[in-house]
Design a binder for this molecule. Structure first.
Ligand code: AKG
Length: 293
């Protein structure tokens, strides 16, 4: 049973999981050991707020429509100018290089917006054992950690993230009373013969971290996570910013570059030419246009 106190206080664990933005090795070691870590103050707060505004202007230029509670916008960097500013900050690229190597290619970028009334998201891991869709293909090749910024702040009652520490360790059993799906993408109640994806954030051992708009929540590609329903009043806006793959990892994807991705590559600042060479974008049929209300 998750009490209000559990929900709204910083989880206490027998190891440190919050780090200064410059403690790259501390962050990497914690993600490798426990499947997640939180880095504090990774970018200036003013930039996080600029990003928040820019994301919403990009995704819903006419204002947020009353009937949309959940919206994922892939290829954000292709059309959202403020995202480039991440690369000018002290820790963004250096952390990616510390975890993946010097030579990087942009892999993906997205914003996820949840409005009051959103049901959140069921428990899942981002990388199944076998790729089932485009997102899986990119994540399986990413070898990077998810490093989401919750640009409106993160706390459970506003569709905050729930995480299952240590669930990235493939030989760890599922929490008591639960089983992982065979591809290790979903979590089910052990007694549910229909094997429905479990969507309540009541899983033993789960934690619900709290983060500021300029913190990053890192988690391993195998870590199980879910999202609480949105019981608050305001939009929750998050972005992983940009994730990368090491440039030597070549991607053989089955989709063509979209026109938007081509324009993005052509118009990238010259100093970032290496980062966009080899960018594969996202399948055309998954690319969503901004929402017009
Ligand atoms: O925060 C969310 O809404 C979704 C989080 C998630 O599933 C992810 O970042 O992979």
């Amino acid at each position: 049973m998750v009490t209000n106190e559990d929900r709204l206080s910083r989880p206490s664990l027998p190891y440190a999981y919050e780090f200064e933005a410059g403690d790259y090795q501390g962050i990497i070691d914690c993600v490798e050991a426990h499947g997640f870590a939180i880095a504090r103050n990774v970018i200036p707060l003013s930039l996080a707020l600029e990003l928040r505004d820019d994301v919403i202007d990009t995704v819903a230029p006419g204002g947020w429509p009353a009937d949309v509670t959940d919206f994922t916008f892939h290829g954000l960097i292709e059309v959202c100018p403020a995202i480039w500013k991440l690369f000018e900050t002290e820790h963004y690229l250096p952390f990616a290089q510390a975890s993946l190597g010097e030579s990087l290619t942009i892999l993906r970028s997205a914003a996820i917006i949840r409005a009051p009334g959103s049901q959140g998201m069921r428990w899942h891991s981002d990388t199944p054992v076998k790729a089932g869709n485009a997102s899986d293909t990119l994540n399986m090749n990413a070898r990077s950690y998810s490093g989401t910024m919750y640009l409106t702040g993160m706390q459970p009652d506003d569709s905050g993230l729930a995480l299952l520490p240590d669930s990235h360790l493939l030989d760890n059993p599922a929490p008591p009373g639960f089983v992982y799906s065979e591809d290790r993408k979903l979590l089910h109640r052990a007694d549910d013969e229909q094997r429905r994806p479990h969507a309540d954030m009541d899983v033993p051992g789960m934690i619900a971290p709290i983060a500021a708009p300029n913190d990053r929540v890192f988690f391993h590609r195998y870590t199980f996570h879910g999202v609480f329903p949105h019981r608050g009043q305001h939009l929750r806006i998050s972005t992983g910013g940009v994730s990368f793959r090491p440039s030597h990892v070549k991607l053989d994807v089955e989709w063509e570059l979209s026109d938007r991705a081509r324009q993005f590559i052509a118009s990238a600042p010259a100093k970032y030419a290496d980062l966009v060479a080899g960018y594969v974008g996202y399948p055309q049929d998954h690319i969503r246009q901004p929402i017009q209300s």
